[in-house]
Design a protein around this ligand. Structure first.
Ligand SMILES: [Zn+2]
Ligand SMILES: [Zn+2]
Length: 189
């Protein structure tokens, strides 16, 4: 278990992601069009994506995330009206977290926002490559076109375990009423 630093590119937003280990979270790469759309809105040059349009994420529980400074920089985007709440920073347009709601013990943190010694060992190897049907070209990682059974199992067991532990809170991403801490941007497609 390792505590790592959560930080936007410019360093205005800083925090900690606690107890990171291959057992406490899921390490995956998502090629879906919404992850790509989000990343491209933040940086049209594709800085936040790998060359196949993938986003590397470490999924953990909101209670494992503390923001110590710059929380006022958090902004939110939903790619569809009912889509996940995707948080980023106003200061430097860094992606920070993908979340579902206050009740769901789930935060997918782009690994570009996580820093610190031992980061790779704390994440462990990537467990799954998902939504490959949206990938650009042919990634050598051979992603599943959607979600493999094992990737679904990994997320479901993670959710169940954390629901029992109640680690959906405290959360830096939703207020007590369950509203996102920043009003989601309206996306026009
Ligand atoms: Zn920043
Ligand atoms: Zn995605």
């Amino acid at each position: 278990m390792t505590d790592l630093t959560l930080r936007c590119e410019c360093g205005t937003l800083q925090g900690t992601v606690k107890n990171v280990s291959p057992k406490t979270g899921n390490h995956l790469v998502c090629y879906c069009d919404d992850c790509q759309g989000f990343a491209n809105r933040l940086d049209a040059g594709g800085k936040w994506l790998d060359e196949w349009g993938g986003t590397e994420l470490f999924q953990l529980a909101p209670a494992q995330v503390d923001i110590h400074q710059g929380a006022d920089q958090l902004r939110c985007m939903r790619m569809t009206p009912k889509g996940v709440y995707r948080f980023y920073t106003a200061c430097c347009h860094s992606p920070i977290a993908n979340t579902i709601s206050r009740k769901m013990p789930f935060a997918g943190i782009p690994t570009t926002a996580i820093h610190g010694d031992g980061k790779e060992a704390a994440f462990g190897p990537v467990k799954c490559y998902v939504m490959g049907k949206f990938a650009k070209g042919t990634p050598p990682t051979n992603p599943h076109p959607k979600f493999s059974a094992s990737s679904l199992m990994a997320v479901m067991s993670f959710m169940l375990k954390n629901k029992i532990k109640g680690t959906n809170v405290p959360t830096p991403f939703f207020d007590d009423q369950g509203r996102a801490v920043a009003k989601p941007d309206q996306i026009e497609r």
